[in-house]
Design a protein around this ligand. Structure first.
Ligand SMILES: Nc1nc2c([nH]c(=O)n2[C@H]2C[C@H](O)[C@@H](COP(=O)(O)OP(=O)(O)OP(=O)(O)O)O2)c(=O)[nH]1
Ligand SMILES: [Mg+2]
Length: 110
């Protein structure tokens, strides 16, 4: 889990790390890039897990969530406030971004 930067949208909330699509890239390419940029590690995309749409006031986000595997690199909070590996059973102890609650609940069921 990554903690969002202070002052960002949903600042200091905990999230599944990732970020916005750039023009022309696939969602999978976007996630590999974002994890490298934010956490300094290389990952492999395993499979689509869940798609969530959430409205925050005037902003709508669509999260495309994947199961991924760690490949290489040393974790570093390059573009996030903090990070940690979290066991599924402990997910609900974090102050999650509201859009992530159904994802965390779904993970707990599996
Ligand atoms: N990555 C991610 N974003 C989430 C989650 N839950 C959630 O509500 N969001 C929201 C926060 C943001 O409004 C949006 C994702 O934008 P972002 O700030 O991560 O985008 P980015 O990494 O490309 O950052 P930037 O370059 O736009 O600053 O989705 C989540 O679990 N992961
Ligand atoms: Mg991000």
């Amino acid at each position: 889990m990554a903690q969002r930067q202070e002052g960002a949208h949903q600042g200091l909330k905990w999230e599944f790390p990732g970020g916005k699509l750039e023009f022309g890239e696939t969602p999978e390419q976007c996630l590999v890039r974002e994890i490298q940029e934010e956490l300094n590690i290389e990952i492999k995309i395993d499979q689509l897990f869940q798609v969530v749409s959430h409205v925050y006031g005037e902003r709508q986000v669509v999260l495309i969530c994947y199961r991924c595997s760690y490949l290489s690199g040393a974790l570093d909070a390059k573009e996030c406030h903090n990070f940690c590996w979290v066991e599924k059973k402990d997910l609900m102890n974090y102050d999650l971004a509201p859009a992530d609650i159904p994802v965390a609940q779904n993970l707990l069921k599996k």
